[in-house]
Design a protein around this ligand. Structure first.
Ligand code: GAR
Length: 212
C-alpha cells in the first residue's frame, strides 16, 4: 500500500474528501502526513473534531521559502513509493521535494489546463463566456499548473451560472476527479516514470476525460 502525504492551505475540501474515502476504505492508502501551511485554515478545526491530526507548518512564520521548504521536507520524509498530494496548496513545491518523490506529486487545479493556470479561474470562465469549465489532475513540475496532465472533468457552463455557482458545481467534480485519479494509481493502472504517465503500461498521450 502506498503512503500518501497531503498538503493544503485553505478550505481543505479536497483533502477532506480524500481522507474520508481512505477512512471508509474506498481508497487504500496509508496516510503519512496531513500538513497545512496556514494556521488560520478553518479545516484544521474540522479535522480535529474528527480526530484527524493536522500538522501546521505556518509559512508566514518563516523568513523565507527555503527555510519553510527545508522543514517541510523533513516532515514529509519521502520514502520509495510515497505519493504527495496537493489539495489547494498555494505554495510552489521546489525541485528537490519533487525529485525526492520521483515526481510522484499530484495537484488538482480548477480549470481545463493548459487553459487558465493560476488564480481566479472561475471568474475568467464567466468573463470570457466560455461554454465549458473543468478541473485537472496533473503531476507537479517546477512550473506552477504546468506538469503532465492525468485527467480532466469537463462540465457545461449554464447560461445563468455566475462565478460562485460554477465554482460550487465544479468542486463536486474536483472531488470525483481526485478520487478517480487515486483509484487508478491504487489499481496500478496509472503510473509515473521518467516524467511520463503510463496508463495500462502504455504512455498516456492525452488526458483521461470525464464528463458530467
Ligand atoms: C480547489 O478548487 C483547487 O482546485 C484549487 O484550490 C481549491 C482548494 O479548495 N487549487 C488550485 O488552484 C491550485 N493551483 P479546497 O481547499 O476546498 O480543496
Amino acid at each position: 500500500m502506498n503512503s500518501i502525504s497531503i498538503l493544503f492551505s485553505g478550505r481543505g475540501s479536497n483533502a477532506h474528501n480524500i481522507i474520508d474515502n481512505i477512512i471508509q476504505k474506498k481508497l487504500k492508502f496509508n496516510i503519512k502526513n496531513i500538513i497545512c501551511n496556514n494556521k488560520n485554515s478553518p479545516a484544521i478545526e474540522t479535522f480535529s473534531k474528527k480526530n484527524i491530526f493536522v500538522d501546521v507548518l505556518n509559512s508566514n512564520d518563516y523568513r523565507n521559502n527555503e527555510n519553510f521548504n527545508n522543514d517541510l521536507l523533513k516532515k514529509l520524509d519521502p520514502q520509495n513509493g510515497d505519493l504527495l498530494l496537493l489539495c489547494g496548496f498555494m505554495k510552489k513545491i521546489p525541485a528537490n521535494i519533487i525529485k525526492s518523490y520521483n515526481g510522484n506529486v499530484i495537484n488538482i487545479h480548477p480549470s481545463i489546463l493548459p487553459k487558465y493556470k493560476g488564480l481566479d479561474t472561475h471568474s475568467k470562465v464567466i468573463k470570457n463566456g466560455d461554454s465549458f469549465h473543468g478541473c485537472t489532475t496533473h503531476f507537479v513540475t517546477e512550473d506552477i499548473d504546468c506538469g503532465p496532465i492525468i485527467a480532466q472533468y469537463i462540465i457545461k457552463v449554464n447560461s445563468d451560472d455566475n462565478e460562485k455557482s460554477i465554482a460550487d458545481r465544479l468542486l463536486i467534480f474536483e472531488h470525483k476527479l481526485y478520487y478517480n485519479t487515486l483509484e487508478l494509481i491504487q489499481c496500478n493502472i496509472l503510473k509515473y516514470q521518467d516524467k511520463k504517465i503510463y496508463y495500462n503500461d502504455k504512455i498516456l498521450v492525452k488526458p483521461i476525460i470525464y464528463n458530467d
